[in-house]
Design a protein around this ligand. Sequence first.
Ligand code: SF4
Length: 547
Amino acid sequence: MPPAPARRKAGRHRGEGQWAAGHFTPLNGNEQTKKDDDGLNVRTRIETIYAHRGFESIDGADLRGRMRWWGLYTQRKPGISGGKTAVLEPEELDDEFFMLRVRIDGGRLTTEQLRVIGDISQEFARGTADITDRQNVQFHWIRIEDMPEIWRRLEGVGLSTTEACGDTPRVILGSPVAGIAADEIIDGTPAIEEINRRVVGNPAYSNLPRKFKTAVSGSPLLDVAHEINDVAFVGVEHPEHGPGFDVWVGGALSTNPKLGVRLGAWVPVEEVADVHEGVTGIFRDYGYRRLRNRARLKFLVADWGPEKFRQVLEDEYLGRKMLDGPAPKQPAQQWRDHIGVHEQKDGRYYVGFAPRVGRVDGTTLSKVADLAEAHGSGRVRTTVEQKMLVLDVEQDQVESLREGLEALDLTTRPSVFRRGTMACTGIEFCKLAIVETKGRGSWLIDELERRLPGFDQPVTINLNGCPNSCARIQVADIGLKGQLVTDASGNQVEGYQVHLGGSLGMEPGFGRKVRGLKVTAEELPDYIERVLRAFQAQREDGERFAQ
Ligand code: SF4
């Protein structure tokens, strides 16, 4: 275990609540809760007390704080409108049921694991099982009484909910085609496994200033949204040392979005976990803890700049210099989701398919497991676009698999709208939500497919239920931020603030908030149809929506 942060004299940054400035006295309620007891310890109380005595027995600080360290959030009480989100006390929004997030590092699943997820969904989660845009699976309607059995089943097949939420090292994103893609620069899987082994569930890193998101991909498609992670490792070819990773820090969206910056350092795969642990340590020790809305790593990176960040990392955490390295190249194609049929480097194929806005259910996932076993080797992947892949399919099995997936409404030939639309959890279950998202996203796909059947330009449409940007609205072609708006009759109704022209890649940018443009939910298909028809009419050859 690495040493605890050195206690130093309080310095210039004392006001930000940094441990490295000697500021160990908690400056807000969240910091106090974490100091009172490590979030990881709540597991024992769930198994020995709460699961036996029920929801009412749960301590308030555990319920709204430490439960997250094990992937549990209370879900929103049904029937409370978005207008009440900000005015009610948190406990008035709490249902007695939980959302449970299962971490799927690298998006890697076996069919055995997928079947267990499907069974848990059907037995304990009323059939719910969403694929999130961080490659996780999310259940709803979970009762605290069922958690010991759910953990027993998940952990029995090597799955975990450890630090799936909370101020912790969250799931490690990975390329869904790591180790199999013909165009891969480097396989990041060993690095993901080593990072997981070192930091996840390790009390040395279980009290970070806020959530801490990691991404590792050696795919030239830049397929893990590395630009908006706290720390990311992106595959590059070093002219002298060969394949390795370019290091990025300080990306995150939410209400004060920032894109990650390059440290200009090249790291071989066997050193990725060292660098990751160093960056995690910097965040723990130097991260801002005074204000929750200034606590993500992006604020420290913005204040220090990449040069100072790299120097502190090298001098205080690694004890060595890193090699300089090149930047990744802009991918040749805009879609980064691996949808469709693609040849693997071993001559077999992987098949990517598109659920609607990540919404599947336990029965469907069990059937996907059956199909993947019958047609492949039993390996399945989730993507950061709320999509899924079946790996290792022989050529003569591809069409049969496609047909089986189509029968489940999991198409491998989605329209651009099915392919490019994502939605966060929204008001159905999320306590912070103001508007509906999943059902509306699905409805929007149907409407746009009907209205614009020939539209074939890549376009991303991301719906959020509130300003928090879990569905990455600022980097979508059309980003829709949920809020209440006034309709033509003067009524407050569900609607969206529109952001246009965001993008990821090596020329990333945030969408422009279209000043004053708020669209009611009902008007959404009309508005998007108008925007896309105008783009189609005016675009020049090769022009992307974001340009
Ligand atoms: Fe909930 Fe808001 Fe995140 Fe959507 S963006 S899941 S509504 S917090």
